[in-house]
Design a protein around this ligand. Structure first.
Ligand code: SF4
Ligand code: SF4
Length: 413
């Protein structure tokens, strides 16, 4: 099944803070180590820069790609004779007003002014055919992507409920416009399917270059509710899967624990092993951090669970595209077990007393599982499909994820 994957160059460069000149020097070095900017983009072309701007949050919160890094890459693109265009579809509505406030709050508006990059305000989107996709045969994508000649992917290293970490592969999900993202979560409910969809998207987009902001990462309850964690590194490579392999290792996580990487290894796209990378620049041993706090996550992937609980979870996990079709008996058993066990094992969202009943989560829940009752959001745990959009999008960080005692036993994180 798997094919031979040759070792590929990935740069790892130390950068202690977001001082603009320091970041520019480190970015330049990280790209030079893997061939220089001219190896990835051509003069006269339009180059889409895709940072992670998940929500309108200040850069110090470490939820978004830092503006110093975006400005440095934009400057290098301009110096190479190409036109940098910064585009992202954050969580929530995809409107010019939302983009404006997100660019401003995340510092990207100032980064664009400093570096001479264009900021995208075109909220058009198109559906494209993706015949090579394994689970997504059609993709909805923002128009500036389709108008660009090349993409430079600029993820932030953060924890994530569904994918353990969000890095190079997951960052590209922000090319799906606004609320349609919720439809994808709804369509690809199981983690495996969702991650297969992310790989389909990555293979369609094929970014020319991925440069990850791991100067200050987010640990704990990512992708928006965690804590900043200084790591002091920039990682760059042509293949986002190589960036993800090194990024996971940098924070002490087995790269194959990242489901997108593991599924990509099963497709023969990577080995997911650090020893197969050629790391240029600084040493992984010198820059790696210990005690990086992971967030709570869906434990429906049996491979991540303690061995005694794996059969139970397999019983509760719907068949995936890689399984043989269920027999009728297995289907009946699965559907009986699934509802109860799944809900025991998977964390459910709950509004805390920070909730001000603004109703934002109500509007964005894909299955209408949220109501406002007595001045607080209430999630119907029977209807909720655990997509965690509400947790990700609540502007007041008022939603926590809670597990049952069995869920904590299965996956203490
Ligand atoms: S949980 Fe957050 S988004 Fe939902 S109503 Fe409360 S404050 Fe608003
Ligand atoms: S309540 Fe939250 S986690 Fe549950 S389906 Fe709605 S948005 Fe997703």
């Amino acid at each position: 099944m798997s094919q031979q994957v040759s070792a590929r160059n990935v740069s790892l460069v130390s950068c202690g803070d977001y001082d603009a000149q320091k970041v520019y020097g480190a970015i330049r070095q990280s790209i030079d180590l893997i061939g220089g900017i001219e190896a990835f983009i051509k003069p006269g072309t339009r180059v889409l820069l895709k940072p992670n701007l998940v929500r309108s949050m200040a850069p110090e919160r470490a939820a978004t790609t830092h503006p110093s890094l975006v400005a440095a890459v934009a400057r290098l693109v301009r110096e190479a004779g190409a036109t940098p265009v910064i585009a992202e579809s954050p969580g929530g509505p995809y409107t010019a007003a939302t983009l404006k406030s997100t660019y401003r709050r995340t510092g990207i508006e100032a980064a664009a002014q400093l570096s001479g990059a264009e900021l995208n305000y075109d909220t058009g989107a198109s559906q494209v055919s993706n015949p090579g996709g394994r689970v997504l045969h059609r993709l909805d994508l923002i128009d500036p992507l389709l108008q660009a000649d090349a993409v430079i992917n600029l993820p932030k290293l953060k924890t994530h409920n569904l994918t353990t970490l969000t890095m190079g592969v997951k960052n590209l999900f922000g090319l799906v416009p606004g609320a349609l993202k919720i439809g994808y979560h709804s369509k690809l409910i199981e983690r495996e399917l969702f991650c297969e969809g992310l790989l389909d998207l990555m293979l369609y987009v094929r970014p020319a270059l991925t440069i990850m902001d791991a100067i200050v990462a987010m640990e704990g309850e990512g992708p928006t509710g965690g804590s900043p964690r200084p790591v002091g590194a920039i990682i760059a490579a042509a293949d986002p899967l190589d960036v993800d392999t090194l990024g996971a290792a940098l924070v002490g996580i087995d790269p194959l624990q990242i489901l997108t990487t593991r599924l990509a290894a099963a497709r023969g796209l990577t080995t997911g092993k650090v020893e197969d990378l050629v790391i240029l620049g600084d040493s992984l041993d010198d820059l790696s951090v210990s005690g990086f706090l992971q967030g709570i996550e869906s434990p429906l992937d049996p491979g991540l669970l303690p061995a005694p609980l794996r059969p139970l979870v397999r019983l509760a996990t719907p068949s995936t595209i890689n399984d043989k079709p269920d027999t009728r008996g297995a289907r009946a058993l699965r559907s009986l077990a699934q509802g109860w066990i799944w809900k025991q094992l998977v964390a459910r969202p709950r509004a805390t007393d920070r909730c001000i009943a603004c109703g934002f989560c109500v509007k964005h829940c894909p299955v209408n599982a949220i109501s406002l009752i007595n001045g607080r959001a209430r999630m119907d745990s029977h209807t909720c499909i655990r997509c965690y959009c509400c947790h990700e999008l609540c502007p007041h960080d008022a939603i926590e994820l809670v597990k049952s005692p069995l869920g904590r036993l299965a996956s203490p994180r």
